[in-house]
Design a protein. Structure first.
Length: 121
């Protein structure tokens, strides 16, 4: 399937903003408005961590393209993450990002479907 820019629902404000992070989601939808794929950016605040989770039926890829450094727990592994690192998250594997620095750790992730909602097909 070819995805063109017109298929995306654009968000100009954060999807979620807390004392821990700010999240921005860009969601591609099909002709019926159903989510196909999401590109999400997270700005993780200094010395904070994501809540950690696993997705049944949803795979993700994390891209550390932004500034900052930290750690990622991926299943039983602890990975160093920084600009230029890509991490593939297999279906159902626990993952969590930890910002170990005094500045924001920005990263992107892509996944099928919508945030927290695997695709139906």
């Amino acid at each position: 399937m070819f995805i063109n820019p017109g298929m995306f629902t654009r968000l100009t404000t954060p999807t979620k903003e807390t004392e821990v992070y700010t999240i921005y989601d860009l969601i591609a939808v099909d002709d019926d408005g159903e989510p196909i794929v999401t590109l999400s950016r997270t700005d993780l605040k200094p010395h904070q961590e994501t809540r950690g989770h696993a997705h049944a039926g949803q795979i993700e890829t994390y891209y550390f393209w932004g500034e900052g450094e930290g750690k990622m727990i991926l299943g039983e592994e602890i990975l160093d993450v920084h600009k230029g690192i890509r991490v593939d998250i297999p279906d159902g594997v626990f993952h969590k990002v930890i910002n170990t620095q005094n500045k924001i750790l920005s990263f992107y992730c892509t996944f099928n479907g919508a945030p927290g909602r695997p695709p139906t097909s």
